[in-house]
Design a protein around this ligand. Sequence first.
Ligand code: FES
Ligand SMILES: [Fe+2]
Length: 376
Amino acid sequence: MKPIQPTELVFDPALPLEQACTIPNRWYTDAEILAAEKAMVFGRHWVVVGRFDQVSRPGEYLTCHVGDEPIIVLRGEDGELRGFFNVCRHRAARVMTHECGVATKLRCPYHGWTYDLYGQLRGVPEFEGVENFQREENGLWPVHVATWGPLVFVHLGEPAMSLEEFLHPLGKALEPFAIDQLRFYGRQVYDLACNWKVYCDNYLDGGYHVNSIHPALAGVLDYKNYRTELFNYFSVQSSPMKAPDAADDPSAAMVRTGPAAAYVYLYPNFMINCYSGVMDTNTVLPLGPERCRVIFDFYFAPTNDPTAEHRYAQSMMVADKIQAEDVAICEDVQRGLHSRAFTSGRFSVRREAGVYHFHRLLAADLKGGSGMFSGD
Ligand code: FES
Ligand SMILES: [Fe+2]
């Protein structure tokens, strides 16, 4: 028996939301697509690589990968923040291998070449007699860095716009949450068996899955008034908060308070979740076509209250439970994307404008590649 196919769904970013469908399932499983995303999405936008507090003092550094590129960001003795490809000019080993730390010089662990905090090559052991070799031409390759509030960004290419322009008007959207006054408290890392975009799609569905997947969270959100607003490179989902009903799980209500919640998605892979005095950020890193890592950083308003530690731990536990619910559904979706019964889906006009916004940005970036990124 042939399955009923009323219309053939082809991704067309020119269609209005009412007529649009999602990017095709192949984009969630194909290694070639992921390679293109690393080059044309992660390689061509400002992306978050860490926190300001990790590199606030001279000598502090953090390492990361953007796409597949090893990167180091460090604060020089002159107080300037600089970024470099963390790739030794001798044999391409990573020069610094710790996630973060403090250093007065950068020493490659392979053969001991050293670079200063300006990226200049300084020490080159046993290189006497090498001809046509200039130390000053063998420094680390620089990369653009910029900061915004508590976040450090890197741009691998030549930025078409400044970070400020890229983020405009995010500051205004987050003003009520005074995020500059929050302090980093802790990190949780999750590895998922799904494509990185499955996690983003799930985040961006305008609260569509909250009632069914997150019963405790649903108790504190005023779902009828949950809204999504779209901007150039980010979207903001916001919802007024409400008191939970007696039958609701009370755990979320104790640590998710205030007049409203805001969920910011910053293209391509970063999220900021704000409640009163509480923020967590999520960085989604592709690990393979069907694997990703999500890093949660938790921030809280500083206080002298002796019970604060307990509340922070409780807040992180609530986030952990919500994340477990999201992980389960995302991994289920990833399996479904292999089915012959699914190639693409439609959008809820009321809820899912954020998902389509993401798919359009992605398609626009990949379009520069080749015909392989048409809707098939
Ligand atoms: S690869 Fe760095 S010193 Fe050889
Ligand atoms: Fe969720």
